[in-house]
Design a protein around this ligand. Structure first.
Ligand code: DQA
Length: 143
């Protein structure tokens, strides 16, 4: 199985941005964490991070017929992007939404998730481990 792990805007600033919310570890640490966990599951992974909505849409389209599962943290685009929702629906690849923080207990403007409407599960507030929970979920869905 091959998964694409997509991270949206400002996730490349992990370790710098609001460490009291997102922790002190970096985006490179996140990739290492996911790669190690996925390799234990026998899953290969590709990583994509962008601060640009259209680039994320392109990455989702690029997964068509090539990738078995998508793990996506659209970051702020979660709450605004119908384009990302439509792209996930268009490719029809099983997708899981992840958030490092517990978005449900944060500001009102974070309470809507457009991308989540195209995802079969959501893991929020589990930090880096949310991505591994998402990978395990996808493995069970796809097996
Ligand atoms: C986030 C939560 C979003 O509301 C926020 O805009 C982010 C990160 C998270 O991982 O907790 O950038 O997706």
């Amino acid at each position: 199985m091959r998964f694409l792990i997509i991270n949206g805007p400002n996730i490349n600033f992990l370790g710098i941005r609001e460490p009291e919310i997102y922790g002190g570890r970096t985006y490179s640490d996140l990739i290492e964490h996911i790669r190690a966990g996925c390799s234990e599951l026998g899953v290969e992974c590709e990583f994509f991070q962008s601060n640009h909505e259209g680039a994320i849409v392109d990455a989702i389209q690029g997964a068509y017929r090539r990738i078995d599962g998508i793990i996506i943290n659209p970051a702020a685009y979660t709450h605004t992007s119908i384009a990302i929702l439509d792209a996930l629906k268009a490719v029809g690849i099983p997708a899981v939404e992840v958030h490092l923080s517990d978005v449900d207990s944060r500001e009102d403007f974070r309470q809507i998730s457009y991308a989540g409407k195209a995802c079969c599960a959501r893991f929020a507030g589990m930090g880096f481990d949310g991505y591994l929970a998402a990978a395990k979920h996808l493995v069970s869905v796809l097996s």
